[in-house]
Design a binder for this molecule. Structure first.
Ligand SMILES: C[S@@+](CC[C@H](N)C(=O)[O-])C[C@H]1O[C@@H](n2cnc3c(N)ncnc32)[C@H](O)[C@@H]1O
Length: 137
């Protein structure tokens, strides 16, 4: 609840909108994926990925309970995820403290519809911590 408005504002300002396909890296229990699913609406689609089985189980159960249809979750390390789809937005909240920035950048390159940071093709990393503050872009 505390984080949601911050993330929502960041997504809005970055251009996440109706109809987009969004990849959520390190989705945990799914809060970011659910927010993105709401923002992209029924014509959009979100996939959240995480390497922790308990996180994916929880996220799937929560999606079912909430009746959210435009979100899927996949159990996989970010580094092993493969998809034929290029995503309109690749996001990840609080994962830069857990993975190397290089892995995050590589995932953006591999899965984004665009190779550059453009207003209508967002790549978003939201993370902070001590002593490192990291954000891409
Ligand atoms: C601090 S949690 C953040 C969860 C979620 N993004 C949020 O903001 O609520 C970080 C998540 O990243 C996942 N994670 C860390 N490294 C990962 C990797 N290499 N591949 C997939 N998931 C990873 C962890 O399992 C954990 O669920």
């Amino acid at each position: 609840m505390i984080l949601r408005p911050i993330t929502e504002r960041l997504f809005r300002e970055a251009g996440v909108k109706e109809g987009m396909r969004v990849l959520d890296l390190g989705c945990g229990p799914g809060d970011v994926s659910f927010l993105a699913a709401e923002m992209v609406g029924a014509s959009g689609w979100v996939i959240g990925i995480d390497q922790a089985p308990e996180a994916i189980t929880l996220a799937r159960n929560r999606a079912r309970e909430k009746g959210i249809k435009n979100v899927d979750f996949e159990l996989t390390p970010i580094e092993m995820f493969s998809s034929p789809i290029r995503f309109d937005a690749v996001v990840g909240r609080y994962i830069l403290v857990q993975i190397r920035p290089h892995s995050f950048s590589a995932a953006l390159d591999q899965h984004s519809a665009s190779r550059s940071v453009l207003p209508d093709r967002p790549h978003l990393g939201q993370s902070w911590g001590v002593p490192i503050v990291n954000s891409i872009p």
